[in-house]
Design a protein around this ligand. Structure first.
Ligand code: SF4
Length: 245
């Protein structure tokens, strides 16, 4: 893949032809190849973003096993479950890493003063924009690529996910090494390696985000992100809009 690597001009939009060639190759490869290609191409200017879901656990472990040392970050909205913060601590200890906390300068109190109490009920898109989208954009402004755990099987809106994409919102390359993995494959891997995971998954939460916008569900009806923004049309916080069509 060296010849392809050398054609890349980081932080400039990739041509459709180049992306198509890369994605065809990665369809036949596996997550490690995507991660290693990313590291060869971007070095430590590539970062991994995680919400501490199963895909994130998988990818953190793969980076650790491969010896790829890059920054790992999470978006702290100040509204995460205690179990999520505890998992962060366990992951840091197990892999001997520090996970970067990325968050808004706008405290929850200031948000309430400026935009009203419980903005997540009144205008969840604005709340996500303030607490996730803007902090992410700011954090990625001096990076060249970010890795995510987005997978095609997670939802209808993610079914077109590619391994390598241009992220126009953040003006970086976006790598989705698990694009073609099913939830079952990810969980089988987690259990086979005895990796840590959020215990809320065993209590009926298929997908875990902020407390006010995450519910346990009895039936997922095939939607791996069931329980997020329950009862509303909203399915994404906005940080993965580039994967949607
Ligand atoms: S998921 Fe809910 S609480 Fe979290 S940032 Fe979005 S709207 Fe706000």
């Amino acid at each position: 893949m060296d010849s392809i690597k050398n054609e890349l001009v980081p932080n400039e939009e990739l041509s459709d032809e180049l992306l198509s060639g890369l994605n065809t190759q990665f369809e036949m490869a596996g997550p490690d190849e995507v991660l290693l290609w990313g590291y060869d191409t971007f070095g430590a200017e590539m970062v991994l973003g995680t919400g501490f879901g199963p895909s994130g656990m998988f990818l953190i472990y793969r980076l650790w096993e491969l010896g790829v040392e890059i920054p790992i970050f999470y978006l702290d909205t100040h509204l995460l479950f205690d179990e999520t913060y505890a998992l962060r601590d366990r992951v840091e200890e197990r892999f001997n890493i520090q996970i970067t906390r990325v968050s808004s300068d706008l405290s929850l109190d200031k948000q309430a003063q400026k935009h009203g109490e419980k903005l997540w009920q009144k205008d969840p898109n604005k709340c996500c924009h303030l607490r996730k989208v803007l902090p992410l954009r700011n954090y990625l402004s001096d990076k060249k690529a970010w890795i995510t755990g987005v997978r095609r099987s997670q939802s209808e809106t993610r079914k077109s996910t590619q391994y390598v994409e241009w992220d126009p919102e953040n003006e970086v390359v976006k790598l989705n090494p698990l694009a073609n993995y099913t939830t079952k494959q990810v969980w089988n891997y987690i259990h086979s390696k005895n990796l840590p995971y959020n215990p809320l998954h065993d209590e009926g939460y298929p997908s875990i985000g902020c407390i006010p916008c995450t519910d346990a569900v009895e039936e997922t009806a095939g939607d791996e992100r069931a329980g997020r923004w329950n009862g509303s049309e909203k399915t994404e916080c906005g940080i993965h809009l580039s994967t949607q069509q």
